[in-house]
Ligand binder design. Sequence first.
Ligand code: FMN
Length: 210
Amino acid sequence: MKLLRIDSSARRNSVSRQLTGKFVEMWKRENPSGEVIERDLATTSLPLITDEWTHAVHCDPLGLTPAQRETLAVSDTLIEELLAADTIVIGAPMYNFTVSAPLKAWIDQIVRVGRTILYSASGVEGVLKGKKVIVLTSRGGAFRPGTPTAKYDHQEPYLRHILGFIGLTDVTFIHAENQKPGELAEPARAAAIEQLQLAAAAINRPATHV
Ligand SMILES: Cc1cc2nc3c(=O)[nH]c(=O)nc-3n(C[C@H](O)[C@H](O)[C@H](O)COP(=O)(O)O)c2cc1C
């Protein structure tokens, strides 16, 4: 079993990193012989999409020039990590009501025609099927469904959509909300840790059908 851990906070001592760390701890307990692939997007050099990149992804892979191969090298590495993983845990801080820039840059590199999405006569198909994804978010405020601020959450809906687009449809979100300084922060963080521990323990269990 392989777990891919992705962190995307700018802060070293961050809440979302604490959550992904706890998830890894729990997952290792459940999967002692499993392998963890660590991808810290804050320390990864993530290029923006360029004109050269958009051309290279549409070329025959066997006919790529050395320069085109170099252009796609980061994308290739990040996609290989995803393909290798059975489970993916993503630490996602909320920045300006959505994902952080490094997480968006990672998404731009891994959503790729011919690698993670296929176009055919019947439409678009995501390639990364059968993997479990746990997204652990951290937010200063609170955006629960049914509350007046729910409409400002452009993080979970966006991530659900883009992950589904590449075939990742088994996605669980656990939010540590109210992380701005104050008395609500610690209990919200503790509740998120409890939930993610249950989620990690449930991964290897077959689904029960009622
Ligand atoms: C640049 C920046 C933008 C932020 N924007 C929001 C926001 O739009 N909504 C919110 O609830 N919190 C926002 N916050 C607060 C963070 O979501 C909160 O501090 C969270 O714990 C960050 O995750 P981390 O601890 O993993 O870094 C922002 C923080 C920063 C640094």
